[in-house]
Design a protein around this ligand. Sequence first.
Ligand code: PAF
Length: 283
Amino acid sequence: MQIIKTIKEMQSLSRRLRVEGKTIGFAPTMGALHEGHLSLVRRSKEENDITVVSIFVNPAQFGPNEDFQKYPRSAEDDLQKLSTLHADAVFMPDNNEMYPEGFSTSINIGAIGEILCGVSRPGHFNGVATIVARLFNTVMPDRAYFGRKDFQQTAVIKKLVRELNFDTDIIVCPTVREPDGLAMSSRNAYLNMEERKSSLILYMALKLGEELILSRGMHDASTVKKEMATLIKTEPLVDIDYIDIVNPRNLDPVQKIMLPAAICLAVKIGNTRLIDNIIVEKS
Ligand code: PAF
């Protein structure tokens, strides 16, 4: 497994692979790898000749009062996991490589980045779009793999790729959950035992929403959201940021639910912000 630290080196490897006719699959990450990330790597290995993983905690997607400094970093452990999966290359640039002095370009992804998580994380999705564009221009992947847990992020990246003509297919992979239903996330590591217990309410609320729509035929989004909020509020440690039901294609909020629909939510448990979603489809 090759470890690559510079853009120049990564670009020259990708160029050589492309000339050789090899397909490149890419899983961009911020490290602290868990089964969710590893599922992206496995999928990429199945579908491409070469799999590249990036590890870079991107400061531009963290707000001033967010957890950039304390975001979990575990490079050695990550590399061990990736080598067990036989990833071909890991791109691990430092901050100076991705944001050299004087760097000032920023992609404004527009309104899609200002709804849902964008309300309490202004600028976050512009930071994501900017780094992903830079990573795509460095790795030049045929396919890039993202987890559905970050549903809004996947919509932002698809828009970025469409509007800036990146020659990369975006593959959205299923959310990987702990056995009790909690969606895997590097931020789960922040939860103490009590918070971890209360976090189960997220998936329970999503499953309730799904049941209200599919089994009880509810179509009114506000009623479904209200029932979900009532359930979540039974956990005193959990503060709701938002619960929304949107059209999965463009993230437009819906009043009257048509399928497929995406139920998205974000909560705070103590200082930890967690997100999750479920796509409700005709069975
Ligand atoms: O999902 C993540 O880990 C990050 O947002 C990404 C896509 C690697 C960009 O920094």
